[in-house]
Design a protein around this ligand. Structure first.
Ligand code: ASP
Length: 354
């Protein structure tokens, strides 16, 4: 992935408050209408024309822009690897990072980065916009300016938010708890099963007790992805053929199964037999609830007890975005036995352990 470093020529004070790197990947925030009225990415060299206030911040800002900015529906693990590499290479030199990203898959990328950045002790704040920055009513300006403020915020010389997060519509959410829930209004993201880490009003109120304390570690980046993962969402009437087709995908190593309520699924023997066979063929099956709130509790109902008995693993209160990216990384790092060992443990605050 190619990218350029852009000097955005801020009116740098003698001693800036902090050094922040903006990484621009694409998305609506940086789009403009072409002659046919279709949204296409603009050249990020022109960001100051759209956001002149950037010049007035007491920050030393460096911008890295993807040479080919993308709509986030085209994001792939290779882009996540590039983001990890940029963060790693600039980590010592910067106080924090702001990643500009399309909203569609932002929660997948923020989840992936949460697991990739081991020993992270600085802010990595994702943001974007529902309306391009060139539009008068755009939400891009507030989102970007406040994300920069959060990425540079310190208390007693230490970053207030040493985590991968999403800042959007006045709310800061842990990156591996986030889900896109809205495509028209500005409140695009929701935090699942975890309080928000800050609310921005006249001042930014940080929920310090909810923010992770960083491990006393050096940053390392885990960037081996194994994409032999599949996702299936159950619904009443789902056919044996559909489930069989997914679990017998050649090379499949892990299946995220979105179940009902607290992790319940049909008790029909044809259904359980298909899953049992897949598990005996060494496919890891992870139970994630379709409910945005609450958690999988296998064994609470008869309709989930059988899943527990055949070896389906509970995903507790993880989001699907976290489950999929965590599995790809665990499989990439150590294979199926390793993934089985770690998938139910909290690695970045993505699930509530018993
Ligand atoms: N399709 C856009 C993207 O995800 C939507 C957005 O940026 O909000 O890149």
């Amino acid at each position: 992935m190619n990218y350029n470093k852009i000097n955005i020529n801020t009116a740098l004070p003698a001693s800036p408050k902090a050094k922040v790197m903006i990484i621009y990947t694409g998305g609506t925030l940086g789009m403009t209408h072409n002659a046919n009225g279709v949204l296409i990415p603009f050249d990020f060299n022109h960001i100051l024309e759209h956001l002149p206030t950037l010049r007035n911040l007491l920050l030393d800002i460096t911008v890295i822009a993807f040479e080919d900015p993308i709509d986030s529906s085209n994001i792939e693990p290779a882009h996540w690897q590039t983001l990890g590499k940029i963060i790693f290479e600039n980590y010592e030199d910067q106080d924090g990072f702001v990643v500009l990203h399309g909203t569609d898959t932002m929660a997948y990328t923020s989840s992936a980065l949460s697991f990739m950045c081991k020993g992270l002790a600085k802010p990595v704040i994702f943001t974007g916009a529902q309306l391009p920055i060139s539009e008068p009513r755009s939400d891009a300006r507030e989102n970007l300016i406040t994300a920069l403020e959060i990425a540079s915020a310190k208390i007693n010389g230490k970053p207030i938010v040493p985590e991968v997060c999403i800042y959007f519509d006045y709310e800061l959410i842990r990156g591996c708890r986030a889900k896109k829930v809205e495509s028209m209004h500005f409140d695009a993201f929701q935090s699942e099963n975890y309080p928000s880490l800050a609310k921005a009003g006249v001042k930014i109120d940080y929920a310090t007790e909810a923010i992770r304390v960083p491990l006393d570690d050096k940053l390392s980046i885990q960037s081996q992805f194994d994409t032999n993962v599949a996702l299936i969402k159950l619904f009443p009437g789902i056919s044996a053929a559909a489930i069989k087709a997914v679990v017998t995908t050649p090379g499949l190593k892990a299946l995220v199964m979105e179940t009902f309520g607290s992790g319940n699924a049909p008790s029909a023997s044809w259904f359980l037999d298909i899953l049992k066979k897949a598990i005996s063929d060494n496919v890891l099956i992870l139970n994630i609830s379709q409910c945005p709130g609450g958690m999988v509790t296998q064994g609470k109902y008869e309709t989930s007890k059988a899943l527990e008995e055949i070896g389906v693993i509970s995903g507790a209160d993880m989001t699907t975005e976290s489950a999929v990216t965590k599995l790809m990384l665990l499989l990439g790092e150590g294979g199926i036995a390793y993934a089985r060992k770690w998938i139910g443990r909290s690695l970045a605050g993505e699930l509530t352990e018993d």
